[in-house]
Design a protein around this ligand. Sequence first.
Ligand SMILES: N[C@@H](CCC(=O)N[C@@H](CS)C(=O)NCC(=O)O)C(=O)O
Length: 218
Amino acid sequence: MLLYQLPYSHFSSKIKVILLEKQIPVEFPDIPGAAQSSDQYHAINPTGLVPCLVDGDFVLSESEVIAEYLNDHTPEPTMLPVGVKERARSRWLSRIHDLYIAPTLSAIFGLTLADSIDTDVAEEKLESLFKYLDMVEDQINPSPYFFGEQFGISDASYCLSFWYALGLTAQLGSEVPATRYPKLFSWFDAACKRESFKHVLHECQCALGMDTGEAKSA
Ligand SMILES: N[C@@H](CCC(=O)N[C@@H](CS)C(=O)NCC(=O)O)C(=O)O
């Protein structure tokens, strides 16, 4: 299998964590044409986005669809809960991440790159972020992961994004308050112990020039 990805992309990280959890061998080729906007990359993946999985002549984009494909392709360890309602709730959590939280974080990331930060926009984006995190905090009961002992797709969706949320809010002079999100913080403590996430986080930090010097194996 091949995965087109970027090391600092939260959507790509979901898939990389899953590949490691399932120990599926994968290669990470360079983006053809050296840009996601290139004709060569669009010929493979018309959305031009990452991640994009290539399994032989089968090409798939959209991280949640790729995640479910991998879960069907390599069923063990399963990364969806067993019960019908729990599976639906896992997908709900992933969608809240993909549709609301991740785009808000991308917008905040963009703000932090500007020469001077537009404080009104920053405040608005932080408010949105906290509103979405409130929704998640309300809906979860980690033990230690979202659906018990089995680390799943929805956990993989949130790992890098929660790390970004902590760092990006700090860059804007704010914070994700532990007292407001105790369940998310306890979940994140557990997620940070997964070798898969340690590895993906390390790659992201290196790509962002934040090399911690700790080589992570997974
Ligand atoms: N809904 C897509 C979103 C993927 C996405 O937005 N990827 C970002 C990187 S994190 C990207 O490729 N951005 C480039 C662009 O928007 O042109 C998914 O779940 O895979």
